[in-house]
Design a protein around this ligand. Structure first.
Ligand code: KG4
Ligand code: ZN
Length: 373
């Protein structure tokens, strides 16, 4: 096995090819970084949603095979759209975890092959750090900042202190918030992925009709819990069935609105508590990850920031869900700081952003994806 990077990083402007294959999006992007300013030259995302939709969720084997089939074409399209060739690049960055191991391996091995063939430095990127840095693709968001990371596999509050440095303040003790959206959508027959479908249905609904719980709201600490909320929705559906058959479209809309309002209440409560951990130099807040696309959640968190004197930042919608621009950005920032990885960098199905906190807390993880977070 080759033990070292083909090339060391060069200081100065960076032009990085990023690869993302950790879940159900095959993505490649070209990002330039000069004088601390990022510019996305191309960001291509090939979604596998249609391949997984019949199964109501992501099937790992289907995902890995689909990444193999799509990645070369997606890379070629990204380079073409950017008007660049492999010869123009200063480095290649690939997601090395956490995620579905088959998919992660496809992207990482492809990144290594490009690095070796072209004599480029490789950066093995933590997918969560990609989400964490995503607002820096388009705005100047200096460290440190408070991060609420809300996606299909994760729900965490972190103080992002610098590149590769994050301190965890809280995380879910059961389901991730996106997972709760997806499971609730499935329960209500809204299909996959659930987040956007729940948000659409909620627009027509009455959030006060059903009395749904706000798990851990008002409790000490900054952890989250969503399993009870999902179960409460299931119980309401069961009661509706017993009373007269399948829930109507109006019932579904009211349940979605109630669920979304409960999630927002919990996220605002927990984020408000985490703000107390930020010093005077860190009064910036970032919400990132797929669930950050939710307009109602963004609005509620913005209101909280205004009330507490925090600057509010959220990535553009196209950079909330999985994409390779955020991976290329982490790569470019690391290369600019003079750091890269060996060609023996491992694919890691689990890879917490804050390793020390992950060992300590939460102690009572039971969710399917909880330990990953
Ligand atoms: O970050 P992401 O693309 O993948 C992971 O790293 O997990 O997040 C995907 C998650 C899914 O659970 C999806 O249902 C949720 O983000 N999501 C949303 C919305 N759009 C996507 N949840 C709530 N509202 C949305 N508009
Ligand atoms: Zn993600």
């Amino acid at each position: 096995m080759v033990k070292t990077a083909a090339t060391s990083p060069q200081p100065g402007p960076q032009l990085v090819l990023g690869l993302e294959t950790s879940c159900d999006e095959t993505a490649a992007a070209v990002v330039a970084l000069e004088g601390g300013r990022a510019r996305v030259l191309a960001s291509v995302v090939a979604s596998q949603i249609e391949a997984h939709a019949p199964y109501g969720g992501v099937v790992p084997e289907i995902a890995a095979r689909a990444h193999v089939e799509a990645l070369d074409r997606v890379i070629a399209t990204a380079l073409d759209e950017a008007g660049k060739s492999f010869a123009d690049l200063t480095g290649v960055a690939a997601t090395a975890g956490p995620g579905l191991i088959g998919g992660v391996m496809v992207g990482l091995v492809t990144g290594k092959a490009v690095a070796l063939a072209r004599g480029l430095p490789l950066v093995a990127v933590n997918h969560l750090e990609g989400h964490a840095l995503s607002p820096r693709l388009e705005a100047d968001v200096p460290f440190p900042y408070l991060l609420l990371l809300v996606s299909g596999g994760h729900c965490q509050l972190l103080c992002v202190e610098g590149l590769g440095r994050a301190r965890r303040l809280g995380s879910t003790i059961d389901d991730a918030v996106g997972e709760a959206f997806d499971k609730t959508a499935k329960l209500l027959g809204l299909g996959y992925p659930g987040g956007p479908a729940v948000e659409r249905a909620a627009r027509r609904g009455d959030p006060t009709r059903f009395d749904l719980p706000r798990p851990l709201k008002g409790r000490p600490g900054c952890d989250f819990s969503f399993a009870g909320l999902k179960t409460a929705v299931a119980r309401e559906v069961e009661l509706l069935r017993r009373a007269g058959g399948a829930p109507t479209a109006a019932d579904v809309a009211d349940l979605c609105a109630g669920f979304q309002a409960a999630v927002a209440d919990v996220l605002v409560d927990r984020t408000g508590r985490a703000m107390a951990h930020m010093g005077a130099d860190g009064r910036r807040f970032v919400v990132a990850g797929g669930v950050a696309a939710n307009a109602m959640l963004r609005a509620r968190l913005k209101t909280l920031c205004d009330a507490r004197g925090f600057d509010f930042h959220a990535p553009a919608l196209k950079y909330c869900g999985d994409n390779a621009a955020m991976i290329a950005l982490v790569g470019a920032e690391r290369l600019a700081a003079g750091s890269c990885d060996g060609l023996d960098a491992p694919a890691r199905p689990r890879w917490p952003l804050d390793a020390s906190a992950a060992l300590a807390a939460p102690t009572h993880v039971v969710g399917r994806k909880g330990a990953k977070a």
